[in-house]
Design a protein around this ligand. Structure first.
Ligand code: SF4
Length: 398
């Protein structure tokens, strides 16, 4: 347990126990990780040097905080466990992970629960997961195929490969995603490396691929280790997956001949693993769906409904939020809600809720603009929407 004075000195993001992220309401009352992946996001919040997992509060309190969070809705809100600053299957963390899973399951909640790991998952772990009756758990195994152990020290042990094989051999109701990330030019985009990752993906429900969080803090650390880091100093808040690399990944997947579907979005892979429609409403951004199986597309198409102004008002009042909004095909623009509240609305409506100040661009949804060009028509359409919001702010604000 971290002492109060150490907690007080933490970056506010590290100190936050429950927070809303795109893939779900995220519970992180344990921070610190021994796995030492060089590109770790903990570089951004000054926690990378903490190798021993520490509790921020007791697990009982963490469960209370999750279930009493303003945005938690039984059976609806997707949940992520211990995904920010540790690995749920590290021995010190695992008992807490299972305690939370049992607590959710005992209440009969059927929410999606996402658990990311690259560590040991044993037959016994799978037996425990398979005993759960209600929560829809998905294990997302981060596996990149990177072999440079300066970047991923765990790679040479083949731990993740063994875990994937064990989980696949013993899973029935547990969803399994091979989280193919980060894919980085020069690190793991060689044809034979990609073919090996895809081959491992034969036994999982879905493969989700994504790029690198290219930020100054982790780039400096890796360059200090002598690792070649691409993309220069073009740092972004979103992950980098240039158009060419996306095309290269999709081509490698097609060439592999495997039956496992490939997805660009985490929630799509999780939804597919449990036979549900995507809870982030990505069907509203059809460019993402070109690689998706027809049956899954049908599920998402059947589930898709553009919200009306009344729907938006009802959700805003249910959650106690306020924003102006503009409904456009496939998404709703909002302003000033912040990510956390925006995702709560998105998951309630299973529809894309966008923020005027952080627009997504066609062809680069959820990614940085590295390697993409913004469509001029979209930029000008966006200016129109922006103007509507500005007008509203000018004339309707008290
Ligand atoms: S149809 Fe589109 S939104 Fe639905 S799971 Fe497939 S890729 Fe995702």
């Amino acid at each position: 347990m971290l002492s109060d004075h150490v907690k007080a000195a933490l970056d506010p993001y590290m100190a936050q126990i429950v927070g809303y992220r795109k893939s779900g309401l995220s519970l992180n009352h344990i921070i610190g990780c021994p796995l030492d992946c060089a590109y770790c996001v903990r570089h951004f919040w000054g926690n990378f040097e903490v190798k021993v997992p520490h509790l921020l509060c007791s697990t009982d309190e963490a469960i209370d905080r999750l279930l009493n969070h303003e945005a938690f809705q039984p059976h609806t809100t997707p949940i992520q466990l211990l995904n920010k600053a540790t690995d749920g299957f590290v021995p010190a963390v695992k008992p807490h992970l299972f305690q939370i899973l049992r607590a959710l399951d005992e209440r009969g909640y059927t929410n999606h629960v996402l658990v990311i790991t690259r560590f040991h998952v044993t037959e016994q772990d799978m037996a425990e997961l398979e005993q759960l009756k209600h929560v829809r758990v998905t294990l997302l195994f981060t596996y990149s195929g990177i072999t440079d152990d300066r970047i991923e020290p765990i790679a040479k042990s083949e731990t993740t490969i063994k875990s994937i094989r064990t989980a696949a051999a013993h899973k029935k109701r547990t969803g399994m995603v091979l989280y193919w990330r980060p894919i980085v030019p020069g690190w793991n985009d060689q044809p034979e490396t990609m073919a090996a990752v895809l081959d491992l993906g034969r036994t999982v429900d879905a493969i989700v691929f994504t790029g690198l969080y290219h930020k100054q803090e982790n780039a400096e650390y890796m360059r200090g280790l002598g690792i070649e880091v691409p993309y220069g100093d073009d740092f972004h808040r979103r992950k980098t997956m240039p158009f060419d690399l996306d095309a290269h990944v999709v081509a490698a997947w097609r060439a592999s001949g495997i039956d496992t579907p490939l997805f660009r979005k985490t929630s799509c892979g999780v939804a597919h693993a449990h036979g549900t429609a995507d809870y982030n409403g990505h069907w509203g951004i059809r460019e993402l769906c070109d690689i998706c199986p027809v049956k899954q597309q049908q599920l998402c198409a059947d589930d898709y409904r553009e919200p009306t102004a009344e729907d938006m008002d009802a959700v805003l009042s249910q959650l106690g939020y306020e924003t102006d909004f503009v409904i456009e095909p496939g998404h709703v623009w909002t302003h000033g809600l912040g990510e956390q509240r925006r995702y709560a609305i998105q998951h309630t409506l299973r529809h894309q809720i966008w923020e005027l100040d952080q627009p997504h661009y066609l062809g680069a949804h959820g990614r940085s603009l590295n390697g993409h060009t913004a469509n001029p028509e979209q930029v000008s359409a966006l200016a129109d929407v922006r103007e509507q919001f500005e007008r509203a702010a000018r004339y309707e604000d008290d």
